[in-house]
Design a protein around this ligand. Sequence first.
Ligand code: ADP
Ligand code: MG
Length: 256
Amino acid sequence: MTELVSTRIRTTAAKLGLPHLAEALTHYAQRADEAKMGYLDFLDLVLSEELAVREDRRFRTGLRTSKLPHHKTLDDYDFSFQPDLDPRKVKDLATLAFVEARANAALLGPPGVGKTHIAVALAVAACRAGYSVYFTSLDDMVSNLKAAEAAGRLSSKLGTYLRPGVLVIDEVGYEILERGEANLVFQVISKRYEKGSIILTSNKSFGEWGQVFADEVLATAILDRLLHHCDVISINGPSYRLKNRLRNIEQATEVA
Ligand code: ADP
Ligand code: MG
């Protein structure tokens, strides 16, 4: 390959938005030489590798902007610790058919059973599949929306919670909301209805949501939209956090 040609390829690759091709040019040419590749195989190699690089970059950027608290996956989740939880139900969700259908998923149960872990794992999978993802606790969402409302910027702030293909709302039910706050939640849920998925976690059963949202009518309206298309997974088992704590305490007493 002449210097002139490789310079021209690098310039063209940069214009096409293929920075990796520009960098990997010599490496590509070497591989083609070594494998005595035909023209079509060479083109196939270059295009598929460029696509993989681009998708990986998009995935990493997506994870950065998602505000996910960590990037655990279902492989990190020990199903044997929750024998009452059917792994198939979770793995079905991980196919992301519900995201494709703009439906919702709810994970319910007491603290430490892995609700956030599973919600994050589903969100990471969605991000990998090309969906935009945003993670928030219910309380953060409500306080951000309240502040925006007070500053007269509610509709632009609502966009943060309406734009993503998948919105994770973590920890519904930890704080009791006032009517105005519940109304802001209603706006998010009703505007996303059949437009984008919500994955939520809650330590409260749906029957208790009337207390959380300070108003039975508003709670019913929220649940009506949320549950119309929603897979619900209840995890009723021991806390994984406590398991580690108890083991540490046991080890400490053994040493002592
Ligand atoms: P929750 O949201 O239900 O309170 P988390 O998802 O925050 O619980 O889980 C608490 C911690 O325990 C996290 O670090 C999580 O990764 C871990 N964890 C929970 N359940 C499991 C499990 N079955 N296997 C592996 N790690 C788990
Ligand atoms: Mg949690």
